[in-house]
Design a protein around this ligand. Sequence first.
Ligand SMILES: [Zn+2]
Length: 245
Amino acid sequence: MPVDALYRDDFYLSTAEAEVTTIHEDGGIELNRTCFYATSGGQPGDTGFLERADGTKIALAQTKHGATKDIIIHVPLEGEPQPLVGEKLTLHVDWPRRYRLMRMHTACHLLSVVCPYPITGAAVGEEEARVDFDMSETIDRHEVTGRLMELVNQNHPVYVQWITDEELIANPGIVKSKNVRPPLGLGRVSLVCIGRDSSVDSQPCGGTHVSETQEVGAIHIAKIEKKGKENRRFRIRFGAPGAEA
Ligand SMILES: [Zn+2]
């Protein structure tokens, strides 16, 4: 039975009840359902803890996919108690961390609107996100910050529209990532839309995002690095622009 990945339909679900279905030899835990996001598409998997009926906690080091996207493995920290197959657990995502990742991830989408170039790589972190673009132009980071904050302050709605794998394959133009494959293989693809009727952007993405751009808060471009003739690496950080070069 594929896991019911609850976060795909509710980015704000931080807790849920679930049952253990499999324990891997290395201690990895599979559940029948989960609100823990598994590492993919440049967004790190969730941490947090699983609570047993007697109140003891199993702290998680990370959450990752198995051989397919239908498998989600909750990896406990070393030395944590091991639950039994069939045991019922209450799941608790480390919400402050996840929410920062959601804000930063949404900021990456906004950057792809301001810089409409093909994306060759991206990594979302709690403090910083980096996005690599296939571009040779030189662009002023303060100007990019200004345009990003405009989009944040306009408070556009962010929502998901589900399309079929076939619809995505028939419309390859909506994919901005060159090397990052769209989240195919589930039979349906989540299209992340920004603005009323996707007036700002729409992009296939399986990550988690905030529900309106204002939630991203203050962000700025800390650095634009030249990585080869046709590659620019942008670093987004939280807060107002500081003294970074
Ligand atoms: Zn996304």
